[in-house]
Design a protein around this ligand. Structure first.
Ligand SMILES: [Fe+2]
Length: 307
């Protein structure tokens, strides 16, 4: 199989000439890993995906994680994380945006970021595609870093930023809250969904990717809280908030984004140490089923704030 690599419009690349049902040689596996590291976001289309071949394919990129949310993993395949819209459960994942109810809308984030040890990557495959909505957005934070001016790059190299987990958006200082209302069944505390309490974690505002050496702007709006000790670099608290708002606004620029509208047979693999992602959500009652495998992160990128 000779692979063709077609860059997507802004970030990431589509890989053609790959067939998940065929054996993968060591050479091909190495080529795929290299493409993943180079582009950060890879799209494959027209694949005949089964749980078995999805798990085997994902293992090319590293050891797999059993997701901490046990209720959402498949019993038969514990490596598979099942993202499903079901009428019974969706009321818990429903919130209101400018008067419209949306299920499973998620702000820009990196997975497991709130633990200080994000997973290395993940693969999504579409089992049932939403008939309307349900897009997944990806944002390349290495390109976002590269596009900052030199002064901002030098300033933020000296900074740490913190993230704190919360169930609703009202606590999030940098997410877009205009028109947002939690739904009547939105969880209010982590224990409502059998989650533990996560302590605040701090990351360098610029993380050097442990594998590729690329500098990554470690800013995404979900759970972002504050700059640690901004006065040490001469910033007041108000200037620190302004700087974070400016950086979040920067990450929202469409030139760093790819929004995927799912079709049967699609697979998207991303580097979770480099790319953030978001979900546009669907209207209530829209059927959707996504299978996800998670590639474990073998080192922490952040630290716990133990004050
Ligand atoms: Fe996610």
């Amino acid at each position: 199989m000779a692979l063709q690599v077609i860059p997507l419009a802004q970030v990431g690349a589509e890989v053609r000439g790959f067939d998940i049902t065929r054996p993968v040689s060591n050479e091909l596996a190495a080529e795929l890993v290299e493409l993943w590291n180079k582009h950060g976001i890879l799209l494959f289309r027209d694949q005949v995906v089964t749980p078995e071949n999805q798990i085997a394919f994902s293992r090319i990129f590293g050891e797999l994680e059993i997701h901490p949310l046990a209720v959402t993993t498949s019993q038969e395949y514990p490596e598979l994380f099942v993202l499903v819209n079901e009428p019974e459960k969706e009321k818990f994942m429903t919130a209101r945006y400018n008067g419209i109810d949306l299920v499973n809308k998620l702000d820009w984030h990196m997975d497991l970021h709130y633990t200080g040890k994000p997973n290395r990557g993940a693969l999504l495959t579409a089992v049932v595609c939403a008939r309307k909505g349900g897009l997944t957005g990806f944002g390349d934070l290495a390109k976002a870093y590269d596009a900052l001016d030199a002064g901002t790059q030098a300033l933020i190299e000296q900074l740490e930023v913190t993230y704190t987990f919360s169930m609703q958006r009202r606590h999030m200082r940098f997410a877009d809250l205009v028109g947002y209302e939690p739904g009547p069944y939105s969880p209010r505390k982590p224990s409502d969904i059998d989650f533990p309490n996560f302590p605040e974690v701090a990351y360098p505002a610029v993380v050097t990717h442990p594998v590729t050496g690329r500098k990554v702007l470690e800013i995404c709006e979900q759970f972002l809280e504050r700059i640690v000790a901004p006065h040490k670099v001469g910033l007041s608290n108000d200037e620190a908030v302004e700087l974070l708002m400016r950086l979040v606004t920067h990450t929202r620029r469409s030139e760093f984004h790819y929004f995927h509208r799912w079709q049967p047979g699609d697979m998207v693999l991303w580097d979770n140490w480099r790319a953030m992602h978001c979900a546009t959500g669907t209207e209530p009652g829209v059927e959707r089923l996504i299978h996800r495998t998670t590639i474990r992160g073998d080192k922490p990128l952040g630290r716990m704030v133990d004050d």
